[in-house]
Design a protein around this ligand. Structure first.
Ligand code: NAD
Length: 442
């Protein structure tokens, strides 16, 4: 590896996962199994992808760990918080994502991962009623208890670094409220004043992580680190943040497929996406206020790839008040399918002289199987970013996210186009490895 300015990945990396549900336990089990050589971390960019370095005769394809110093799977220590007290073995069995034969070899390790008490407010996820919950008088007290959890975990496990990843339920929709969310001082005051309407529990986790020196990643669509107050905190603490909402099934397909329509200058009249899923995530999303958070996140993908204002002839039609194509997303809770989500997309396109055509996509996916490698990559890459001295919103991680964080106060648009995101990802790795950025696709 070339000499870089990135600090080495020495010592143990603590990964503290908020939520000990389907995604979290599938992620943890897979890492523990992979490092014993009992499975393969399929789908993980950090473990499989290769980046071209140099051009022409000099070109080489290197894996990420040959370009930058990445933490090894062997150095990871897991911890978690959840409103239910079951350890990660019990939770993995309950989730029924993985077969018992794929969990049992690491049963002893999973049993040792016992959730710390959650910072939780039932108003933010009405369908949950676990009792492994902190009793806090104010949001500020929540922050202080979480900070203590992080410090204790780090010390007890001899970690040199910690990353905090939110893989807990989607909270109710919290609209951005300028008087509280725009400055750090106002956010801190609201936490002290126990403003429960504007301070979600997830914000307490993020605040605690950043003040304890840990990067924070938001894997759900919650309003958490996508507010100016948190950007200010990330800048002050010089730590990376990333969010939001893992880009796994239908939206991955959408952000990879929409460029086909856009690059061939075909028209779009409408895109209807619907899903059925039956896991606890689906149960929480069955509550309209929680679904709203997800809907906003899922809808945002298409508009920045197929832009009505840039191509009114192609994307300015449809039924959405005649300003653009019609775009609808539905999620239906359907218990028989558990984690095996099924998504349908019906795409109404048009071609030469306006003649209509249809495309149908039916994705029979497995939600947590798709999310687990993203958890690994997001944790390893935000730890890398911290060691490289990068802080604030990490735009190169947009590749993994449905609704990438961006500075809306300055009119910045997120990049949702999968292949542009891939270029951003590779260029950030190249840059951290001391190589030149490159726009070529391979
Ligand atoms: N799997 C995917 O493809 C995918 C994609 C994008 C986003 N997500 C998001 O990832 C999250 C996790 O999904 P899942 O399928 O594992 O759900 P899950 O319901 O199986 O697990 C979530 C866990 O979080 C816990 N929890 C809720 N609030 C908490 C809090 N304040 N503190 C600590 N724990 C808390 C719940 O008790 C539950 O055990 C969801 O928000 C989901 O929307 C998943």
């Amino acid at each position: 590896m070339k000499q870089t300015n990135v600090k080495p990945a020495d010592g143990r990396l603590g990964i503290l996962v908020v939520g000990n549900g389907a995604v979290a336990t599938t992620f943890m089990t897979g890492v523990l199994m992979a490092r014993r050589g009992l499975t393969k971390p399929v789908g993980s960019m950090t473990q499989y992808d290769k980046i071209r370095i140099g051009k022409g005769d000099d070109k080489k394809y290197l894996s990420y760990s040959e370009v930058v110093p990445l933490a090894k799977l062997d150095d990871i220590v897991f911890g978690t918080w959840d409103v239910y007290p079951q350890n990660s073995y019990q939770a993995a069995m309950y989730a029924e994502v993985l077969k018992e034969k794929d969990i049992n070899p690491v049963k002893d390790e999973l049993e040792k991962i016992v959730p710390m008490k959650a910072a939780f407010d039932k108003n933010y996820a009405k369908r949950l009623d676990g009792d492994n919950v902190k009793q806090c008088a104010t949001r500020w007290e929540m922050v202080e208890e979480l900070r203590k959890d992080i410090r204790d975990f780090k010390e007890k496990n001899g970690c040199s670094r910690v990353v905090v990843l939110w893989a807990a339920s989607t909270e109710i929709y919290v609209p951005i409220y300028e008087p509280v969310h725009y400055t750090l001082a106002a956010l801190e005051q609201a936490m002290k004043d126990d403003d429960r309407e504007h301070i979600a529990p997830s914000m307490c986790y993020a605040y605690a992580a950043l003040t304890e020196g840990a990067p924070f990643i938001m894997g759900a669509p919650n309003t958490t680190v996508d507010i100016p107050a948190m950007w200010e905190l990330a800048e002050k603490t010089k730590l990376p943040i990333a969010g939001k909402d893992f880009k796994t099934g239908q939206t991955l397909v959408k952000s990879g497929f929409a460029p086909i329509i856009g690059t061939r200058c075909l028209g779009l009249n409408g895109w209807f996406s619907t899903n059925i899923l039956g896991n606890r995530d689906g149960l929480v999303l069955d509550e309209p206020a929680n679904f709203r958070t997800k809907e906003v996140s899922k809808l945002s993908t298409l508009e920045t790839i197929l832009k009505p204002e840039a191509q009114p002839d192609l994307y300015g039609h449809g039924n959405d008040e005649d300003t653009q194509y019609y775009h609808k997303v539905r999620i239906n809770y359907y218990p028989p399918r558990n984690d095996n989500k099924e998504g349908w997309d019906n795409i109404d396109i048009f071609g030469w002289m306006g003649y209509p055509m249809q495309i149908k996509i039916n994705f029979l996916c497995r939600d947590s199987i798709l999310a687990a490698p993203l958890c690994l990559d997001l944790c390893l890459l935000s730890d890398l970013a911290a060691r490289a001295g990068r802080y604030g919103t990490q735009r190169f991680l947009s590749f993994f996210l449905k609704s990438p964080q961006h500075d809306y106060t300055r009119g910045e648009e997120p990049v949702n186009h999968l292949y542009q995101q891939y270029t951003m990802l590779k260029n950030a790795i190249r840059e951290m490895g001391g190589y030149e950025a490159d726009e070529e696709i391979d």
